[in-house]
Ligand binder design. Structure first.
Ligand SMILES: *[C@@H]1O[C@H](CO)[C@@H](O)[C@H](O)[C@H]1NC(C)=O
Ligand SMILES: *[C@@H]1O[C@H](CO)[C@@H](O)[C@H](O)[C@H]1NC(C)=O
Ligand SMILES: *[C@@H]1O[C@H](CO)[C@@H](O)[C@H](O)[C@H]1NC(C)=O
Ligand SMILES: *[C@@H]1O[C@H](CO)[C@@H](O)[C@H](O)[C@H]1NC(C)=O
Ligand SMILES: *[C@@H]1O[C@H](CO)[C@@H](O)[C@H](O)[C@H]1NC(C)=O
Ligand SMILES: *[C@@H]1O[C@H](CO)[C@@H](O)[C@H](O)[C@H]1NC(C)=O
Length: 397
């Protein structure tokens, strides 16, 4: 009697383990590529997941996954021992430069300086806020416009305030505008703009600034710090637009779109100009170049960082997920990774034109009427387009 029963028990356990593995592998493999419902049979042995990746970011992510999935240890009788390298006491928030990276990345010394800087500080996520606007969301904005800017871009910010980013009531909704900045580091040879900048901050009260070098690779820091700020200072905002300071946004059209959303859709809204099937650029001359020693694999679907729109409810989840995703030097790809972690993907909306519209329509007011975002636009052009759209005589029928 003992024999068969034990056999059954063992078989049931083994079947459960097998099902767990298939589900887990297919769940991970299906994310981001629209194959969510397809059962994917892994081509490699599941245990291969334990092998450290050759690429630094991927290894960091494996460690984070391990740390955040300790409960999987209940399988420890069947899964082989966790490899030693996983145990490299990862601390998410270490702001001392991590000089171990100089030996952990084989071509570290030949990488461009921006990579060296990024990799040394990749584990640091807390920088002091030096200009805050703790009460800017007191009126529970329907739409928060959060615009990534740089200290010297005074004219862009002013053009946005005078046009599409005019804060207050718009189409019977409350709009709040906020500019997100890092510092103007002396090592980046900025002229001393501090007095002009201080004056701007006190005049407009719409700037937040953290003390980190405002470089392209640090935009991911800006994203994470902004998400943290949102959950503490602006958790009541219904929707958030986040974008660059060289875009034109048809704010009225966005409010119209948001007002018409169904409740279900509104909760997990994330729309923009979505890029799918992309991966890292391997050409050293491209701004987006990422070496193989840093990242291997495809990118998840992501919305181009020129501008995208998401719900306040989803923002909290993205912030949560970000704690489990290693910082990646390209901010919009990073946000796509966080969405993937949540099992979500951004949705493409054809009104977001981060690659501009045809030349012949650029000065046609009606071309902007049905769009949500166009990139790039100069400050002068922003003001001009906004005036066209607000002209009562405009007739685009
Ligand atoms: C897994 O390992 C832990 C200690 O590392 C042990 O306490 C636990 O009993 C093990 N679980 C199983 C199912 O073997
Ligand atoms: C991880 O490190 C801890 C303490 O340093 C040690 O007790 C443990 O055995 C290590 N685990 C593995 C899997 O190496
Ligand atoms: C404006 O919004 C308020 C509530 O937010 C509503 O009661 C009012 O009817 C709206 N007015 C118009 C003109 O839509
Ligand atoms: C990001 O900012 C930190 C803090 O100012 C700085 O140490 C680091 O070099 C910056 N990283 C990049 C890639 O610019
Ligand atoms: C939203 O609804 C209003 C009134 O129902 C309609 O006029 C408008 O075209 C709709 N907008 C969009 C973007 O669907
Ligand atoms: C964020 O994570 C914490 C802890 O894991 C959880 O308690 C909380 O509900 C999460 N919040 C959201 C919005 O997912």
């Amino acid at each position: 009697m003992q024999g068969p029963r034990r056999k059954v028990k063992v078989m049931v356990t083994m079947t459960m383990v097998f099902i767990f593995i298939v589900v887990e592998v297919s769940r991970n493999a299906g994310k981001g590529d629209g194959n969510k419902n397809k059962l994917l049979i892994p081509s490699k042995r599941f245990w291969a997941k334990d092998a450290p990746s050759d690429a630094f970011w991927n290894r960091q992510q494996q460690q984070l996954n391990y740390i955040n999935n300790r409960n999987l240890e209940y399988l420890n009788s069947t899964i082989k021992k966790v490899p030693d390298w996983f145990n490299d006491t990862v601390s998410l928030d270490t702001c001392e430069p991590d000089f171990r990276v100089t030996t952990q990345i084989k071509d570290y010394n030949s990488l461009p300086d921006r990579f060296k800087d990024f990799l040394l500080y990749m584990r640091c996520r807390s920088y002091p806020i030096v200009v805050d606007q703790p009460n800017i969301c007191k009126d529970q904005p329907f739409l928060l416009l959060a615009i990534k800017s740089l200290v010297p871009h005074f004219d862009r910010r002013q053009a946005i305030r005078e046009s599409w980013g005019k804060a207050g009531r718009l189409a019977n909704k409350t709009v709040v505008t906020l500019f997100l900045l890092g510092n103007a580091a002396t090592e980046d040879y900025f002229p001393d703009l501090s007095q002009m900048f201080n004056l701007e901050c006190s005049m407009h009260g719409d700037i937040i600034q953290w003390d980190f070098r405002d470089t392209f690779f640090n935009l991911t820091i800006k994203e994470v710090l902004f998400l943290e700020w949102l959950t503490t200072r602006c958790s009541e905002a219904s929707y958030i637009f986040k974008g660059d300071d060289d875009v034109f946004v048809n704010t009225v059209r966005i409010i119209d779109f948001l007002s018409n959303l169904s409740h279900a859709k509104a909760k997990e809204l994330f729309v923009g100009d979505v890029i799918t099937n992309a991966g890292p650029h391997r050409n050293k001359k491209v701004k987006y170049f990422i070496p193989e020693s840093v990242y291997i694999g495809a990118y998840p679907a992501y919305a181009g960082g020129g501008g995208y729109l998401f719900s306040g409810q989803l923002a909290k989840k993205i912030y949560n997920a970000s704690k489990q995703v290693a910082l990646y030097p390209i901010d919009d790809v990073y946000t796509g990774m966080c969405l993937m972690k949540l099992g979500l993907a951004p949705e493409k909306h054809k009104g977001f034109r981060t690659f501009d519209i045809e030349d012949k329509y650029r000065d046609n007011a009606c071309a902007y009427n049905s769009l949500m975002l166009v990139h790039p636009r100069s400050p002068q052009h922003m003001i001009k387009i906004w005036a066209w759209l607000n002209d009562p005589a405009l007739n685009c029928q």
